[in-house]
Design a protein around this ligand. Structure first.
Ligand code: SF4
Length: 339
């Protein structure tokens, strides 16, 4: 492993200052559930680690007022167990609970989880040689080297938002639920504070798949806010995977609904496991407005959500699986909070 320096500042301002002083080889670290793995695999080789876990007040969970606010250092397990989140926003609690094992949820933070990197096996397992490209070409790991997944083993790859340079799936569950709920990200950096909608945090791969997030160098996520909505009570995160526990999504859907009687008045739908970034399905949302949800209308919306999918040689099954996952999520959500 490459040698690195380590500091543990006591304030967010000091952390940002330490990053700026360290230069381009610096990385923030919190729970470490992704970054340490990637360092062991020699995919990430930071020269300086800025450990933010000593910063007070960044783990606060606020559920009063007109929004939920989660400090970036709040553990995933703590947010998933919050009574207001559990009761009024099951889509958030379920996304967190299904994201990882209990041990990982205790360590991982809700801010750090937004910046998970892909599980594409060519990305993760390809750095183990002395060449700059590694064992496999990967434009995300070694820009300009090519993409081993295109034409390779692509069963788990994305079918939405892909490019000729990269088809890697965005791996998160929590970001998908937050995308459906129109969350906002609070950021602190060298230029001060700013907020951005979660939809603007993630980039499509295009011809620069190594650029995954829109954070500027030295910016750290400090909090996540979610506007309160009655749709939260009629929501779900539905995740389909190869095995029931501790696996990444083959397909997932975050759905939240408002209904008048049997008919949908407001719908929020986001997809995971199928796209190169958390994927909001606006057209499918419009398709269910005014509808009573039946297996037929829900599947029709699911098919709209997957419109434009572009599978490779072995992941065509994801198109139908994704449509059915959306349909199931719509039916699950619509059955909630009927009392
Ligand atoms: Fe790398 Fe993306 Fe290709 Fe995977 S799909 S090998 S991450 S460029």
């Amino acid at each position: 492993m490459q040698p690195f320096s380590y500091v543990r500042p006591a304030s967010a301002a000091d952390a940002v200052g330490a990053f700026a002083a360290a230069g381009s080889g610096a990385r923030f670290i919190a729970g470490g559930t992704t970054l340490y793995d990637l360092m062991k695999l020699r995919i990430e080789q930071p020269g300086h680690l800025i450990d933010v876990t000593a910063i007070r007040g960044l783990d606060v969970i606020e559920t009063g007022g007109d929004r939920l606010r989660f400090g970036a250092l709040a553990p995933m397990s703590a947010v998933a167990a919050d009574p207001v989140v559990l009761r009024d926003y099951p889509v958030l609690a379920e996304a967190l609970t299904k994201a990882a094992s209990q041990q990982l949820r205790n360590m991982a933070t809700v801010g750090g989880n937004l910046l998970q990197r892909t599980r594409c096996m060519y990305f993760r397992n390809g750095a183990g040689s002395t060449s700059t490209v590694g064992v496999y070409p990967c434009n995300k790991r070694a820009p300009g080297s090519g993409c081993a997944a295109i034409g390779g083993l692509d069963r788990g790859q994305a079918v939405l938002g892909t490019s000729a340079s990269c088809t890697a799936v965005s791996p998160g569950d929590w970001p998908v639920a937050l995308t459906a709920m129109d969350a906002t990200i609070e950021v602190l950096g060298p230029a001060g504070t700013r907020t951005l909608p979660i939809a603007e945090l993630y980039r499509l791969p295009g011809d620069t798949p190594h650029l995954e997030f829109t954070l500027a160098p030295g910016e750290m996520i400090t909090a996540i806010t979610v506007p309160k909505t009655p749709a939260g009570r009629r929501s779900t995160y539905h995740k389909i995977r190869d095995r029931e526990s501790y696996a990444f999504a083959l397909a997932s859907a975050a759905v939240a609904l408002e209904m008048a009687g049997e008919r949908v008045t407001i719908a929020r739908i986001a997809l995971g496991g199928m796209a190169t970034k958390p994927w909001r399905a606006h057209e499918a949302e419009q398709a269910v407005i005014g509808q009573a949800l039946t297996p037929e209308t829900a599947l029709a919306a699911g098919r709209i959500a997957l419109k434009g999918a572009s599978p490779g040689k072995s992941n065509g099954f994801k198109v139908e699986l994704g449509a059915r996952t959306v349909a199931d999520a719509l039916l699950i959500a619509s059955a909630r909070n009927r009392a």
